[in-house]
Design a protein. Structure first.
Length: 252
């Protein structure tokens, strides 16, 4: 759940699945680099589109912190966070081994960079590292296209796009601090995002196939910002005012 503060002490909530859908729409609109074959590109786009599928059950039954406020995805209890990633990885593996590998590598990178690094976090990092190594070795043994996909240069390119789309989507929604300059395609390309107003963002150089990309993201607005228990919070969600956030990407 992405938790933002709205007017008059209200809260605006976006489910992680809404953010993932937005990341997938951006990826689908992106110009494919010539060095990435179309079938591989399609698998990469599908992977980012579904990378947060493990959040579905939590999005439907969100939890509160000790102050009675909903957990934002960045500040939820780490044991819950790890289990959500395990579900996301398992679901990704069920779709495509490459989606599972990219989701595993991404989760590990996040924990290395931002985890609390206690024993449980370190054990999770080690677990994900072992899964990554095993999957890469299995792909090498299969030879053919799989071996080419997990070659260091290829995998680095795929991971850079995966990470970039996720971060851009979260930033445009307000879930991460604003960032104007971005690298992607394993450092081969850079772009600048200028915020023209709350809904319109100009990008240069232009990276999409079409001349513009309008996206609508479904969220909800709650009048209160804290609840005594999960039951009252869930009732508030069921009766929340729907909000639609429009994000419009255009050429600078």
């Amino acid at each position: 759940m992405i938790v933002l503060h709205g007017p008059d002490d209200s809260l605006i909530l976006y489910k992680q699945m809404a953010h993932a859908k937005m990341a997938g729409l951006i990826a689908k609109a992106w110009k494919r680099p010539e060095h990435v074959p179309q079938p591989l590109w399609d698998r990469l786009v599908d992977a980012i589109d579904h990378h947060d599928d493990g959040w579905l059950s939590h999005d439907n039954e969100p939890t509160l912190d000790e102050h009675g406020q909903p957990h934002d995805f960045k500040f939820m209890p780490m044991h819950q966070h790890r289990e959500i990633w395990r579900r996301s990885i398992a679901l990704a593996m069920g779709r495509d081994w490459l989606a599972g590998l990219l989701t595993t590598m991404y989760a590990r990178d996040l924990y290395v960079s931002y985890g609390q690094h206690g024993d449980a976090d370190q054990a999770f990092i080690n677990e994900l590292g072992e899964v990554t190594s095993r999957m890469i070795q299995d792909a090498i043994k299969r030879d053919g296209d799989d071996r080419k996909i997990v070659a260091p240069a290829s995998l680095s390119t795929l991971m850079s796009m995966f990470t970039f789309w996720d971060g851009l989507s979260l930033t445009l929604l307000g879930g991460l601090p604003w960032q104007a300059d971005w690298q992607y395609d394993d450092g081969r390309s850079m772009l600048h995002v200028k915020k023209l107003d709350d809904a319109v963002f100009a990008i240069s150089p232009w990276p999409l196939v079409e001349k513009e990309l309008p996206i609508s993201v479904q969220g909800m607005q709650l009048a209160d910002n804290a609840w005594e228990d999960r039951e009252s919070f869930h009732h508030a969600i069921e009766t929340a005012q729907p909000v639609v956030t429009d994000v419009h990407l255009r050429q600078a």
